[in-house]
Design a protein around this ligand. Structure first.
Ligand code: 5AD
Ligand code: SF4
Length: 454
């Protein structure tokens, strides 16, 4: 494989004579969204210009493998690319991300779709110029070597100038028994704090109003560094930087959520008082089978401490319904935990069997019908709680960051509160990316409505 710089230079030379373009289609989580910003940066460095998928000369899919439905969606969309390739013979198609990080799936995609030029994993984005160059020269390629060290000089094209996603670490060591991520993203690797802080400084100087620190398990940040540092210390340093911006972070694993983290959150106005702390299930027995390494008591003690330090904190969580060993009684534990915590919002998933994980070997004890029934009960409980909590905000004033025009009503702006609630109000599109105080006038289950305060 050619070195990145050499391949980039060759592509720039080729593209210099023609206006070649690229499109990246992203599936899955915020980490993937951010990886796509880097994929875009690398392609633009090679001289490709952004374009619509139908006009692009290079199409990259950044895939998700977390649940079967996500994979099925990707496979369907890859199949649909055949028509584009038929019309444009020299179209380059690359499939990357979590699906193709699994060798078996990568082989399947490479063999099933001969019009795919190359497949690559989550840790080989720096090989992209070389993969694209080979494809332009007519050579197909199944995979590229993983980067041993985190490449710090890859450029990123931020989707939204007002917000900056910054990865603090990659990979995961937890091996929750249902989860494919440790297999798709490899072992935990933390970036050096200085690299993260300079990226944050550059983003703030460039106009970012919101910094989102990303990692599969941010609370175990810093363990493998030559001078270990905690995530709380990193957060403290970023929150101490000058400027009018706010900070979010995700995802926190309850087993690693420390008092130090909560104290730093409480100390800094710039850190959003919002904690996404996935519980996954409210039964100790299932948590053990899930290999989560905490129990309900420990989880609730973190929640109580967070609320004692930050009474207005917003809480959200991920919950899996229908884990193979989950019985009706276990599920009732989940309902009762949700009643007790009263999350502001919840991401609910039906368990999806992922081949290669430990849970894939477990025999399901409940039927699909029972699982779907549980899922609906959990969603209706949460809807009731979310609605009640949103209604309690009517009459209050919230400081929100405007994210753009509302997707549901083009006359309205959409914004996010510190607690990550969606707030709609009338204003000018020019306000995108600025902080505004909004008085809440009405509430729905998923969003709030209000008027700008002058
Ligand atoms: N099935 C269903 N949900 C899953 N998640 C991870 N793996 C699976 C799976 N196999 C959920 C977890 C995690 C979120 C990102 O996705 O709740 O926190
Ligand atoms: Fe998956 Fe668990 Fe790692 Fe989260 S902490 S990415 S759920 S293995």
């Amino acid at each position: 494989m050619l070195e990145r710089y050499e391949a980039t230079a060759r592509l720039r030379e080729i593209n210099g004579k023609q206006n070649k373009s690229y499109a990246v289609l992203t599936f899955g989580c915020q980490q993937n969204e951010h990886d796509s910003e880097i994929i875009s940066g690398v392609l633009e460095e090679c001289g490709f210009l952004p374009s619509d998928i139908n006009d692009a000369d290079v199409i990259i899919f950044n895939t998700c493998a977390v649940r079967e439905t996500a994979e099925e969606k990707v496979i369907g969309k890859i199949g649909a690319l055949k028509a584009l390739k038929y019309k444009k013979k020299d179209l380059v198609i690359g499939i990357g991300g979590c699906m193709t990080a699994i060798e078996k799936t990568a082989d399947y995609i490479f063999k099933t779709f001969p019009f795919v030029s190359f497949v690559f994993g989550t840790n080989s984005v720096s090989s992209l110029p070389s993969l694209v160059l080979n494809a332009v020269l007519g050579k197909r390629q199944n995979g590229a070597p993983d980067d041993e060290i985190i490449p710090e000089d890859l450029p990123a094209i931020r989707r939204e100038g007002y917000r900056a996603d910054i990865s603090v670490m990659y990979g995961c060591n937890n091996f929750c028994s249902y989860c494919i991520v440790p297999y798709t993203r490899g072992r935990e690797k933390s970036r050096e704090p200085e690299a993260i802080i300079s990226e944050a400084k550059r983003a703030i100087a460039g106009g970012a109003m919101e910094i989102m620190l990303l990692g599969q398990n941010v609370n175990s940040y810093g363990k493998g560094l030559s001078s270990p540092v905690t995530f709380a210390k990193l957060l403290d340093r970023i929150a101490s930087l000058d400027g009018d911006f706010r900070i979010r972070f995700m995802t926190s694993h309850p087993k690693d959520a420390t008092d130090e983290l909560l104290e730093v959150m409480a100390k800094h106005e710039k850190i959003c008082k919002h904690l996404h702390l996935p519980v996954q299930c409210g039964s100790d027995r299932v948590l053990l089978d899930m290999n989560r390494r905490y129990d309900v008591k420990k989880y609730l003690s973190i929640i109580n401490k967070a609320r004692a330090l930050m009474p207005d904190i917003t809480l959200s969580s991920d919950i899996i319904v229908g884990f193979p060993t989950e019985t009706e009684e276990d599920f009732e534990g989940t309902l009762s935990l949700c009643r007790e915590v009263e999350y502001d919002s919840l991401f609910t998933f039906i368990y999806s069997r992922r081949s290669g994980t430990r849970a894939a070997e477990m025999v399901p004890v409940s039927t699909e019908k029972e699982i779907h029934g549980r899922f609906d009960r959990l969603v209706s409980l949460q809807n009731e709680i979310s609605r009640r909590k949103n209604e309690a905000l009517v009459g209050k004033s919230l400081r929100v960051l405007v994210t753009g025009i509302s997707e549901t009503d083009s006359e309205m702006l959409a914004a996010r509160s510190e607690g990550n609630r969606i707030v709609h109000f009338k204003g000018s599109p020019l306000q995108k990316g600025s902080f505004v105080n909004v008085k809440i006038t009405s509430a729905k289950t998923w969003s709030l409505f209000g008027e700008q305060e002058i």
